[in-house]
Structures are given as C-alpha cells and as structure tokens.
Design a binder for this molecule. Structure first.
Ligand code: XLS
Ligand code: NI
Ligand code: NI
Length: 439
C-alpha cells in the first residue's frame, strides 16, 4: 500500500518548550497538556477542539474578494477531496496534540442532489472518520447540521414559513443525530443560522418561535429514541446573517428554553465574538450562562472592535482568557463541552504553517488564562472581597431574603427599626488593580 500523503511536511508534533524565545512560535510555551493544576490535567480543563469549517474548508474568500488560501486537500472531485481533507485534518489534530474536533455535516461530506445521496456521502466519509478516530484516539466534541448555506434555507430552517423546508431540516437533523451516535460525539450543536427575520412585515414571530421549539422537541425525542447520550447545545448569536436572530444572546436563549419547557434538554455553546456582536463585553454570556447552570461549551474566538461582524479571530488576549477560565473553573469545568476554536486565520495568512501558529498561540493564551485563574482562585483575595460585599445576606433579614421567605412587610419593619443604610464603596478600581496583578 502506498504511504499516506503528508500535508504538513516538515512540521513535527508540536513540543512544549517553556524556555522558547519570543520568535519561536511553533511550540507551546504555556500549554503543557499533562500538567496538573487544581487537581486536573491542563488538557482536561481546556478540552481544546479544532473546527473543521474554518480550518479545513475555509478558502479566504470574502464578500469583496476571491479565495486566497489554496489548500492541497481542497483539490479534486468533491468526494475525493472530502477524503483528503479528512486525512489532512487528522494529521493536523495529531501534530497539534488536540483531542477533539467539530464539524457541520456538509463540511465533511458534500451535499448531493438528493437527501439520499447526501446521506450516502456522509456514511462513506464518516466510516473513514471512525477509522481515523480509532487509530488516533481523537474524538468529536460536537456535530452540527448546516441548515443555513443551501438556498432552500434562505428563509430559515426550523422557522421557515414553508413546512416543506422545515421537514427537510428535520430530515437532515435526523441524519446528523445518527452520525453523532456513530462517531460518539459528546455534544450536538444547534446554531440558528437563519432562524430570525429581516422584516417584521412578512413574519409571524409567534408562529416561528413555536415551530422552532417544536422542532427542538422532535430532536430531543429522536435523540432519546436512538439512545444518543450527548449534550444538546444552542449557540446564541444576535445578528448575521439575519438582521435579528431569535437566539440573540445567552439570556434570550435561556428564556426561550424555559418558556417552551426545554431547559432540561439543552445547554449553551457561547461564542464570545457573538457576545460582543450583541453589544456585551467578551466574557458576559459565559458568566451569565454559567451563573444559571447553562454553560455547556465555548466557541473560543474573538472579534475585532473595529469591525461590526463575526470576524472569528483566534483568541489571543490574556485578560479575556483569564476571565473565561476563572468562570469555567468556578463551575467545575466544561465537560462534556470544551474550548472549540471557531476561528479562522486571516485571508492574508496564507501559509500552511499559519494554521499551526494560530492554534498554538490561542492554546497558549488559554493556558496562560488557566494559570492566571488558578492563582486568582487559590489566593482567594478577590473571592474574599466579593464574599464580604454580600455578607449582609448571611444572617437576619438578609438570610430571609436569601432563602425566599421574606415579605415586604418585614422590609418595612426593618427600615422603621434601622433607618437609612450606610453607603459602602464598590471598590471597582481596587478589584481591577488586583486582577491586573495576576495577568
Ligand atoms: C457562526 C457560528 C457557527 C456555529 C456552527 O457564526 O459560529 O460557526 O458555531 O454552526
Ligand atoms: Ni460558532
Ligand atoms: Ni460565529
């Protein structure tokens, strides 16, 4: 048998070299997979995942320009290049030392002219994926269905005004769930690509929301029927491609899930670039979802404050990664979710090695965030200050508010007895100064 084609020639398995100088970017200086922090290996806190669509399907094309990234695996007839792409991807995951990957159904296998043909393509490619997974030990963090690229979905999938289109999406998701089971995916993501509206004039919002909820109920039912054990995740995004998307941000998705009685079956996959598009700060939705026990996974990327769209850059800012990791440690980890690099190299970063440099840089940024967060939590200084700030809820009237037994009459009696509260400083700058000490 001919030797398997190598795509990243000259690039070895990426080593950990903590002493490496500033110009050495093809090694980890902070990410040390096996090192144990707060009782867990770094790789288990971080659970890094590479995304298929940007890193292996992306061409660098944008609305103003043609492809700039000419990948050897994207050449040839569709099924042949699908197989090459998969082998290239597994070579990349192995050399990078990442244990998880994520994909849309249509990233790994081309859409055929009928659903049957698309499904056959998927069967064939996922046979190879399963083989490569077994050989390498690499696993699927999550699968998702692309319910937004094909023209049939231009008016939405689960929220399409035409039930024929919704049915197609349902059929596609059924197959996606079968594939998730076949490959042992740990999660399944629903990103509402075109679930929203561009004009309120032609849209029955109440009907669309109900259809979307019923669509999710069908997915839950089928998941249970086939005994698929993965976590369902919804990924909020406020806009793009729609002007308004129903899954606007963490709190709107949580409200939606609760309204339709779906909250037990889903968690959230938070993408910080979407959070900033919603007008929040980077860590906002991670903190909000986690506070309500709904943070399931993170699409680790970042936007650009100068551009108002989903630029999907690699996360390189240590302040952000520290805040994210602090939240993740506080909730006891992300498993079965992970940190998925839903990020793409810039269209100007045309070398194959740039794919490695980008992932290594982002992994190191998260490893530093993890190390910083561990120091913040182990020192306990900030936690102690926050605890003190809320200490009035630990006794007396505060305790009654805390456990939900207090009444407005008791509030009135308390004020009659104790009068005006004394104002206390919020000390924001003190917290910020202490936080900076750990960065
Ligand atoms: C798009 C989303 C998408 C999902 C998966 O903005 O981030 O890539 O993560 O469909
Ligand atoms: Ni995403
Ligand atoms: Ni995105």
């Amino acid at each position: 048998m001919a030797a398997q084609e190598e795509f990243f020639t000259g690039i070895p398995k990426i080593p950990y070299v903590p002493s490496a100088g500033p110009g050495e970017v093809m090694c980890f200086k902070h990410y040390h997979a096996e090192e144990v922090l707060m009782g867990r290996k770094m790789e288990d806190w971080l659970r890094f995942s590479v995304c298929y669509w940007h890193s292996f399907c992306g061409t660098g094309a944008d609305p103003f320009g043609s492809p700039t990234l000419h990948r050897p695996w994207n050449e040839g007839p569709p099924m042949e290049s699908a197989r090459k792409r998969l082998r290239a991807a597994f070579e990349f995951f192995t050399k990078l030392g990442v244990k998880y990957y994520t994909f849309h159904d249509r990233d790994v296998a081309p859409e055929g002219s009928t659903l049957e043909e698309s499904n056959r393509n998927l069967d064939e490619i996922t046979d190879l994926a399963l083989q490569l997974q077994t050989q390498t030990g690499i696993k699927v963090l999550w699968v998702t269905c692309n319910l937004f690229a094909h023209p049939r979905y231009m008016n939405g999938a689960a929220t399409n005004p035409d039930c024929h289109v919704l049915a197609y999406a349902g059929a596609q998701v059924k197959k996606g769930l079968d594939i998730a089971k076949k490959l042992g995916a740990e999660n399944f993501v629903f990103w509402g690509g075109r679930e929203g509206f561009l004009s309120v004039h032609n849209t029955d919002v109440a009907a669309e929301l109900k259809h979307m909820a019923n669509f999710f109920k069908m997915a839950v039912k089928y998941k249970e029927k086939i005994g698929l054990k993965c976590q369902f995740l919804i990924e909020p995004k406020p806009k793009e491609p729609c002007k308004h998307q129903y899954d606007y941000d963490a709190m709107s998705v949580i409200g939606f899930l609760q309204h339709y009685g779906l909250e037990r079956h889903f968690k959230l996959n938070i993408e910080p670039n979407h959070t900033t598009l919603a007008g929040h700060s980077y860590e906002h939705d991670i903190v909000m979802a986690s506070a309500l026990g709904m943070l399931g996974s993170v699409d680790s990327n970042t936007g650009s404050p100068d551009l108002g769209w989903d630029t999907d850059q690699f996360p390189m800012d240590i302040r952000n990664t520290t805040l994210v990791m602090k939240t993740i440690i506080e909730q006891g980890g992300l498993q079965p979710g992970g940190l998925n690099f839903d990020a793409k190299v810039r269209r100007e970063s045309t070398d194959l090695e740039d794919l490695f440099i980008a992932h290594i840089g982002a992994m190191d940024a998260f490893a530093r965030g993890l190390r910083n967060a561990v120091r913040i939590l182990e020192d306990g200084l900030i936690a102690g200050m926050v605890k003190e700030r809320y200490s009035s809820f630990g006794h007396g009237i505060g305790q009654k508010v805390e456990d939900g037994s207090a009444t407005l009459e008791e509030m009135e009696a308390f004020i009659e007895q104790n009068g005006e509260p004394k104002v206390t400083s919020g000390k924001q700058e003190k917290y910020e100064s202490i936080f900076n000490h750990y960065i």
